[in-house]
Design a protein around this ligand. Structure first.
Ligand code: PRP
Length: 175
């Protein structure tokens, strides 16, 4: 699929409003806990930047980058770390921040990996829960928007590294 016709799914205003709501909830739930937010690159970089600024207190941030291997349209389920966390997570309250959950394989792997650091708590915040292709159930503690299906671009999400910087989220129309 290339960068052809697209339809706006979430406007800037909708994104800002929902992220503000998430920020308010997280500020309440993590008050006094000094959490570490671990973002999953690259797609998360715009959401993460807005989310941390919607919080009512400063937090520590770190990032991971993961690569999953696919064979054709099917995912093999194999996920590898290409950039690991750098902040020590032991006994910390850790919140994974993701832009989109699709099959769930990335987060399933990452949860296991970060759990091995023995954090005090480990939760997940994702902007988009795209559930129709889910292969592994992962507990999503904070969700921006549930979406059934579609190839989404913008606000960090890409199609072949294009369209990440669009300020809204679009769904690519099928030809
Ligand atoms: C996307 C997204 C998640 C992952 C979700 O990343 O940011 O990390 O896919 O897919 P899953 O639930 O099927 O595992 P992508 O691999 O496109 O890399 P990017 O963030 O660098 O664009």
């Amino acid at each position: 699929m290339d960068g052809g016709a697209r339809r706006c799914l979430f406007s800037r205003q909708e994104l800002e409003g929902r992220i503000q709501e998430l920020g308010t909830r997280l500020s309440r739930d993590y008050a006094g806990l000094n959490p570490v937010l671990v973002g999953v690159l690259k797609g998360v970089f715009i959401f993460m930047a807005d989310l941390v600024r919607a919080l009512e207190f400063p937090v520590e941030v770190d990032f991971v980058r993961l690569r999953s291997y696919t064979g054709g349209t099917e995912s093999s389920g194999e996920v590898h770390i290409t950039k690991d966390v750098e902040v020590p997570l032991r006994d910390r309250h850790v919140l994974i921040v993701e832009d989109i959950v699709d099959t769930g394989l990335t987060l399933d792997f990452l949860r296991g990996h970060l759990a091995s650091h023995r954090p005090r708590s480990l939760k997940i915040c994702c902007l988009i829960d795209k559930w129709e292709r889910r292969e592994v159930e992962v507990p999503l503690d904070y969700v921006g928007f549930p979406v059934a299906q579609g190839f989404l671009v913008g606000y960090g999400l890409d199609c072949g590294e294009q369209q990440r910087t669009l300020p809204e989220i679009y769904v690519l129309e099928k030809d």
